[in-house]
Design a protein around this ligand. Structure first.
Ligand SMILES: Nc1nc2c(ncn2[C@@H]2O[C@H](COP(=O)(O)OP(=O)(O)OP(=O)(O)O)[C@@H](O)[C@H]2O)c(=O)[nH]1
Length: 470
C-alpha cells in the first residue's frame, strides 16, 4: 500500500482523490492521520473529520512521510528487535526531531515550510534503518549503544563509505520526495553556518540535536552544544516547552513510548554550568597562551639582542653591522648621500694579553668601546668586527669628515690611557683605514670592507698608530 502512495505522490498527474483512495484502505492509518491533523498544532476552528481534510491540512509531503513512518515502524519492528537495534529510541528521535524542526521553523518565521520541514526532520535518520537492514548484526556491532549522531555518522562513513543522512537522502529520492527535502535530509547532520538568521533547512539541521536533549544520555551537554543558535534564553525556553507539549500526542499516534519529560530548569542550569565551565576553561587556556606568548616574545627579544650586540663591549656585533652596511649602502646609492666606513685595529694587542692577562685585555677592549661611544655622534654605527678590530659606519660623512673623526680618536688614544689600575697604566694606539662610498665609487658592501681593511693594513705596515684614507 505504502509503495502505491509513494508512486502516486511522486506523480504530478495523480489526483489527491487517488491518493486518498489508497490511504483509506488502511483504517488505522486513516485514523492516525485525522488525529494528527487535529493535534494542537494543526487544529483550526473546525476539527478535521475526513481523511481529505486531514491530508489537505497536513500537506501531501507530510502525509506521505507520516504514512511512511507508520508503515516503517510496523515493518521494522520484527526485523530490528532481534539484533538489538533500538527501534523505540529511533522513532522517538525521528518524531521529536520532526516536531522540533517545525516548532523552530515557526519561531524563526519559516512558517510556510512547516510541512517539508516536518518530513525532512522525520526522515533524517531513516538511512539507519536501511543500513541496519543490510547487515543487522554488523550494524548493531558498529554503533553499539552510541547516541551521538556525529560519532555514529563517522563510523558509518568509515565502514560503509556513506553515513545515514546520505543514505536517507538517496532513499527519499527513490520515494519521489522533493529535491529540497532530499537536500535537507542529506545536510540534516551538518551545523548551520550562521548563528543569527536561519532558513528552513537549518531548522532541520538543529532538530536532531534538539531531540537529543530528551533522548541522549547527557542532554545538558547537547543543550550546551546548541547554545550558539539558541542564545536567547526566553526563545529557547519557549521552544523547549512547545516541543514538550506536543510530544505525548504525536508519540501516541505512532505507538512509541513517550520519552520522559525533561526537568527543564535543572537541564538549563546544568547546560549553563557546562557553558560557564567551558568559558572558564577557555579563559584559562587563553591566559596560559598569552603567558607563553610573552615568554616567547621575551626569549625572542633576548635572542635578537644577543645577535645584535657584542657581549663584551655592547657595541653592535659583526653580523648586525653587516646588515646595517647593506641597508646604508643601498640607501646611500638611492639618495646620492655619502657613506663612510672607518676600520680600526688596536696595535700590538697581543702584548697586552701576554703581559697583563686576558681579563685586563678585556677591560681595554671595553674601555676602547666606551671611548668610541664618547667621541661619536649618535647617528653613527659602532661595532666590534672581531677580536681587537672595530668598524664604524658613518652615514652622511664624506672622506674629510670621516678622517677628522678618525684623527680625533687616534689623538685621544695618544693622550688618554685605556687602562689605569693598581699601578698599571696601559696606553693603546690604533691603525685605521677609511673609505668613502660616493667619492671613490664602490659597487658592493664587500668591496667597501675590503678596501677599508687594505688601508688599515697599510697603516700597520707603515708604522701603525695612523689613519690611511687613500
Ligand atoms: N683579552 C682579549 N683578547 C682578545 C680578544 N679577542 C682577540 N684577542 C686577542 O687579540 C690578539 C690579537 O693579536 P694579533 O692578531 O697578533 O694582533 P696584534 O697583537 O694586535 O698586532 P697588530 O694587529 O699587528 O698590531 C690575540 O692575542 C687575541 O687573543 C678578546 O675578546 N679579549
Amino acid at each position: 500500500m505504502i509503495q502505491r502512495v509513494i508512486v502516486l505522490a511522486a506523480d504530478p498527474d495523480s489526483r489527491l482523490q487517488q491518493i486518498l483512495d489508497v490511504l483509506q484502505n488502511d483504517p488505522a492509518l486513516t485514523a492516525r492521520l485525522i488525529s494528527l491533523a487535529n493535534t494542537v498544532y494543526y487544529t483550526q476552528a473546525k476539527p478535521a473529520d475526513t481523511l481529505r481534510e486531514a491530508v489537505e491540512r497536513l500537506g501531501l509531503d507530510t502525509t506521505v512521510s507520516l504514512a511512511l513512518g507508520f508503515s516503517l515502524v510496523t515493518a521494522s519492528q520484527g526485523n530490528a528487535r532481534s539484533t538489538g537495534f533500538d527501534l523505540q529510541h529511533f522513532w522517538q528521535r525521528a518524531l521529536i526531531s520532526a516536531i522540533a524542526a517545525q516548532e523552530l521553523a515557526t519561531q524563526r518565521r519559516q512558517g510556510n515550510e512547516l510541512g517539508p520541514v516536518f518530513t525532512a526532520a522525520l526522515l533524517q535518520d531513516i538511512g539507519m534503518l536501511a543500513l541496519n537492514a543490510v547487515d543487522p548484526l554488523e550494524y548493531a556491532r558498529l554503533i553499539g549503544t552510541l547516541d551521538d549522531h556525529d560519532e555514529i555518522a563517522l563510523r558509518e562513513r568509515t565502514h560503509f563509505g556513506a553515513d545515514h543522512a546520505e543514505v536517507g537522502a538517496w532513499l527519499a529520492g527513490n520515494w519521489g520526495l522533493s529535491a529540497q527535502c532530499r537536500e535537507w535530509i542529506r545536510c540534516s547532520h551538518d551545523r548551520p553556518v550562521r548563528e543569527d538568521a536561519f532558513g528552513a533547512g537549518d531548522c532541520v539541521m538543529l532538530s536532531g540535536r534538539l531531540a537529543d536533549i530528551w533522548l541522549a544520555s547527557d542532554g545538558h551537554r547537547t543543550l550546551a552544544q546548541l547554545a550558539p543558535w539558541l542564545s536567547d534564553e526566553k526563545q529557547r525556553s519557549e521552544l523547549l516547552s512547545s516541543i514538550q507539549s506536543r510530544l505525548p500526542h504525536i508519540v501516541a499516534l505512532f505507538e512509541v513510548t513517550a520519552p520522559n519529560a525533561f526537568d527543564s530548569p535543572r537541564l538549563l542550569m546544568e547546560a549553563k554550568q557546562l557553558l560557564l565551565d567551558r568559558a572558564l576553561h577557555l579563559q584559562s587556556q587563553l591566559d596560559h597562551q598569552s603567558q607563553e606568548l610573552k615568554a616567547l616574545q621575551a626569549a625572542n627579544w633576548n635572542l635578537d639582542r644577543a645577535l645584535r650586540y657584542d657581549p663584551l663591549t655592547q657595541l653592535y656585533s659583526r653580523q648586525y653591522l653587516l646588515s646595517l652596511l647593506e641597508t646604508h649602502f643601498e640607501e646611500a646609492n638611492r639618495s646620492s648621500q655619502e657613506l663612510s666606513m672607518v676600520f680600526l685595529d688596536l696595535d700590538h694587542f697581543k702584548q697586552i694579553n701576554d703581559e697583563h692577562g686576558h681579563p685586563v685585555g678585556d677591560e681595554v677592549l671595553k674601555n676602547f668601546a666606551g671611548l668610541l661611544v664618547e667621541l661619536s655622534d649618535p647617528d653613527v654605527h659602532l661595532g666590534r668586527f672581531g677580536g681587537e678590530e672595530f668598524m664604524v659606519l658613518l652615514p652622511g660623512y664624506d672622506r674629510r669628515k670621516a678622517a677628522d673623526y678618525a684623527d680625533h680618536i687616534c689623538n685621544t688614544l695618544r693622550s688618554r690611557p685605556l687602562f689605569h689600575h693598581r699601578g698599571i697604566t696601559i696606553q693603546v694606539t690604533a691603525s685605521v683605514g677609511i673609505v668613502s662610498l660616493r667619492e671613490e665609487g664602490y659597487s658592493s658592501p664587500d668591496e667597501l670592507i675590503h678596501k677599508a681593511d687594505q688601508r688599515m693594513y697599510l697603516s700597520k705596515r707603515t708604522g701603525r698608530n695612523r689613519v690611511t684614507h687613500e
